[in-house]
Design a binder for this molecule. Structure first.
Ligand code: URA
Length: 442
């Protein structure tokens, strides 16, 4: 793999060509930013000339005022230019990648990357940490004893040849502007903005140099885009950004009104992913994993792949073991267990017709699976295990969910957010199966 350095040199001009307060005011007052303003503000933020408080104000102005498509494209390119670009053309296999806009219980990358790799296609998955109430793939995998997220470019390339899949942290050289801005948005209430999400995801994916990209754009209570029209707009924006950059980009619009699967929390989600890789696991996780795998493989030239068979016969599990052990993970070590577990019980009989993903996601976060300050450690064993999901029949006193944490003082606030997340209908009510993949946008 080669890398090309672009953009910020780390040296500042004697006189900065723009005043950041003017840039903030332009957006605050609802006007479009000029190309030069965008290029400069991203570069100056990366160099530390624009302070965190100033970028926070600008991010909030963008959140409230939005951006035109041309501004989003320019912002994305400026973030790409803030760092290096990777190039996998020297690999002996085609590359294909996927990115999710984030949801509750979204552990899909864990079974998906090795599943796709088992068909001889390389999956370079540069992943992130938890953002807001949604979990991060790296936080999940760090629940596996010994596993490490930081790989050099050379290690990544070697692993793609040997194991086929890599899930690791984006190196500090890749879109460094996004790295800073992502952490800032997480703690300033500026995550849920189409221009900021689209540019954040696409700057990393374009800089990463994948030939093909499948996007999982989530909508519903547990997604950043609650509204379906907003999620469609986000999907279209990202597909356009990717296509314009020469990346074969397709988006699936998927349901995030209820959590995916039956767990939310780092180690708990690894355990559930292992069930899928062993040929079992919850139907919604299997459905989405297979739908995304087919798209990723198709984009890489592998058509009509029998992905279900690769889960059932252990090929995907073999790939998982190779991928995890190549990064120091002990594939046979027991996963961490929380010191404290409390049950939430049903107070009446009924059939579960709804389960609020946001209530579950916030509970997992409060139990210690996510962070509320940048750099804070997360708990590997904290999270929520859902015992009663949509369509299940419950009796008063049955366990709806098990809450896991190492720090029991977190329990009351977690219970507060999860209580009321279940909607029950009269016993015997028929519940229509949930449609996970709602649309395909290309
Ligand atoms: N994932 C990202 O990488 N960035 C966002 O802004 C949201 C999800």
């Amino acid at each position: 793999m080669t890398t090309a350095s672009a953009g910020s040199t780390g040296t500042s001009p004697a006189v900065e060509p723009f005043d950041v307060v003017d840039v903030i005011r332009t957006k605050r007052d609802g006007q479009a930013l000029a190309d030069g303003q965008i290029d400069w503000v991203i570069d100056a933020y990366t160099r530390g000339v624009v302070a965190e408080q100033q970028m926070a104000a600008l991010a909030m102005a963008i959140f409230l005022r939005g951006m035109e498509r041309s501004e989003i494209a320019r912002w994305t390119n400026a973030m790409i230019a803030s760092g290096e670009r990777m190039d996998f053309q020297a690999l002996s296999k085609p590359t294909t990648d996927k990115h999710s806009t984030g949801g509750v219980g979204d552990k899909i990358t864990l079974p998906l990357a090795p599943l796709v790799a088992s068909f001889g296609v390389a999956v370079p998955q540069l992943s992130g940490r938890g953002l807001g109430h949604t979990g991060g793939t790296l936080d999940k995998l760090e629940a596996i004893p010994g596993w490490r997220a930081d790989l050099s470019n050379a290690e990544m390339m070697a692993q793609l040849e040997s194991a086929g899949a890599v899930i690791c942290a984006a190196g500090s050289g890749l879109a460094p502007a996004d790295k800073k801005l992502y952490a800032l948005r997480d703690i300033t209430g500026t995550v849920e903005a189409i221009p900021l999400i689209a540019s954040s995801i696409m700057s990393k994916k374009i800089a990463e140099g994948t030939a093909a990209l499948t996007l999982d754009v989530k909508t519903g209570a547990g997604a950043f885009m609650k509204d379906e029209a907003d999620a469609r707009e986000l999907a279209r924006t990202m597909v356009e950004l990717g296509t314009d950059a020469g990346v074969h980009t397709v988006a699936l619009l998927t349901d995030m009104s209820a959590p995916l699967g039956r767990t939310a929390g780092n180690g708990l989600e690894v355990r559930e992913s292992l069930e899928v890789l062993a040929g079992g696991g919850p139907a919604d996780i299997v459905e989405l994993t297979c739908a995304l795998a087919r798209e990723m493989l198709d984009a890489a030239g592998v058509h009509d792949a029998d992905v279900e068979a690769a889960l059932a016969d252990g090929r995907a599990m073999d790939s998982w073991r190779a991928m995890i052990s190549a990064q120091g993970g002990d594939v046979d070590a027991p996963l961490p267990v929380a010191k404290h577990v409390e049950d939430l019980r049903a107070t009446e009989d009924g059939v579960v017709t709804g389960l609020d993903a946001m209530g579950v996601g916030v509970a997992a976060w409060r139990l210690g699976a996510g962070r509320s300050r940048p750099g804070e450690a997360v708990q590997a064993a904290a999270g929520v295990e859902i015992e009663a999901h949509i369509g299940d029949e419950v009796k008063a006193g049955d366990v709806l969910a098990r809450l896991h944490t190492d720090t029991p003082e977190r329990m009351p606030r977690a219970l507060e957010s999860i209580d009321g997340s279940w909607t029950l209908a009269a016993p015997g009510t028929t519940v229509r199966a949930r449609k996970i993949v709602m649309d395909r946008i290309a």
